[in-house]
Design a protein around this ligand. Structure first.
Ligand code: SF4
Ligand code: SF4
Length: 421
């Protein structure tokens, strides 16, 4: 049964009952997460309560993702579960999936200039700032443009205004999200200009960029990182394959040479930058040699944050229609695991390079005083330092969202351990 046939209610706007309990379930990427956080803030501004528990909710909003068959299955399972357990509740399906509707809150209060009067989301340790949506690139494997439509960019000044409000709300890290950040364009300015402008708002607040496509513009992004110390030393490239032949079959608009150029320039300018990437294993026609090229690319540039997925046929895409030279699902999975293993080893080696150094950590969990460094390494208190957390008592709570400097004592499996200095 398709998810659309679950008939999740056919309203796109919350019109009534200003005191509904609403529960959001979010699948997918940071963009999806940022949209949920924005919707939560709008609902709160309208007088609704956000609850985490399905049983307490009057309405459950599922923001779905169907980037892979597995992601879609997980969403379908959740919807089926909710339908069965809470037949009387209002369910709303939104996001990237067949049958989804746009979730909108009606009659949001407006400023004199017509813009929506909304307090910024405050619940997460890091702020998520959506700057762009949609994509027109037409990669053969990708279903996303079907749900997200043509590219749109949020105007430069509007983005900066929201970023300022995040800073005023006490955030010390802003995560910039979009469907394809390289398509950001407003008043003649691209994503590199935007990142630099957000970073200029406050030296106390760092900026983390979502994933970007390799290519000439990516070099501008690398230079923006190098020139602005408060843009995180973390570059996630959406690479997908280390073989030019496969990139061509995927209709990706860059070559392996372009990936090499971006990765080399980044590490030349910032030797301790963390490189991440998305990879697809087992695209139709991917030979052992193509796969070896992908592995070689990960080893060559020591990609330490590797998201590797087995190729997944998404109905309606060009790649799903390719019947020749399909790779067996088991082999796709094995290759994805091999790529992930290279990434895990690179991460272990990368983390070791921080031992003895001082790092700035945005605290995510106030109980354990753990959080993330700018390089997107997990930082936890080392054993000897644990009494520090209890000694902090209530003070520890105030550290959530804040930047705390740690000295790294050791690392294990890519996680850093140390103590505040
Ligand atoms: S389909 Fe893509 S854009 Fe949509 S939620 Fe999933 S990962 Fe994000
Ligand atoms: S650039 Fe990204 S979002 Fe756009 S079609 Fe390609 S994979 Fe999909």
């Amino acid at each position: 049964m398709s998810i659309a046939s679950h008939a999740i209610g056919d309203f796109g706007i919350i019109r009534t009952n200003p005191s509904m309990n609403i529960c959001f379930e979010t699948f997918g990427c940071r963009l999806s997460r940022s949209e949920t956080l924005d919707d939560e803030a709008k609902c709160i501004a309208k007088g609704h309560q956000i609850v985490r528990n399905h049983a307490e909710a009057d309405m459950i909003v599922v923001r779905a993702c169907s980037v892979t068959a597995r992601a879609q299955r997980d969403c379908e399972k959740m919807v089926a579960h909710l339908r069965e357990k809470y037949p009387g509740k209002r369910l709303f399906l939104t996001g990237c999936i067949e049958g989804a509707k746009k979730f909108e809150v009606s009659n949001v209060s407006r400023n004199p200039d017509g813009t929506a009067k909304i307090s910024v989301p405050r619940r997460t340790a890091r702020a998520y700032l959506k700057v762009q949506d949609g994509c027109s690139c037409g990669c053969t494997f990708c279903i996303v443009p079907k749900f997200r439509g043509n590219p749109i960019s949020i105007p430069f000044t509007e983005v900066l205004d929201k970023a300022k409000r995040f800073v005023e709300a006490g955030y010390h890290e802003i995560v910039v999200t979009g469907c394809n950040l390289m398509l950001y364009s407003s008043e003649g300015r691209g994503i590199a200009d935007l990142a630099a402008a957000i970073a200029a708002i406050s030296p106390e607040c760092r900026v983390r960029l979502g994933s970007i496509e390799p290519g000439a513009q990516a070099l501008d992004v690398v230079h923006a990182l190098a020139e602005n110390e408060n843009i995180c030393r973390f570059l996630h490239l959406s690479i997908q394959s280390g073989s030019d032949m496969i990139l061509k079959a995927m209709r990706r608009p860059y070559s392996v040479k372009a990936v090499d150029a971006v990765a080399s320039e980044a590490t030349r300018l910032m030797p301790l930058i963390c490189l991440g990437c998305d990879m697809i294993a087992g695209f139709p026609g991917e030979s052992e040699m193509d796969f070896r090229l992908s592995k070689g690319l990960l080893v060559r540039h020591r990609f330490a944050n590797v998201h590797a997925f087995p190729f997944s046929e998404r109905p309606g895409t060009l790649a799903a229609a390719i019947v020749q030279n399909r790779i067996l699902p088991e082999l796709r999975r094995r290759r994805a695991r091999d790529l992930a293993d290279i990434g895990a080893e690179n991460l272990r080696q990368f983390a070791k390079r921080f031992i003895g150094k001082k790092v700035d950590v945005v605290i995510e969990d106030e109980e354990s005083l753990s959080g993330w460094t700018g390089e997107y390494l997990k930082m936890e208190l080392s054993r000897g330092a644990r009494p520090f957390a209890s000694a902090m008592g209530k003070g520890a709570k105030a550290l959530r969202k804040k930047i705390v400097r740690f000295k790294v004592v050791t690392s294990h499996m890519g996680t850093l351990y140390g103590e505040p200095v």
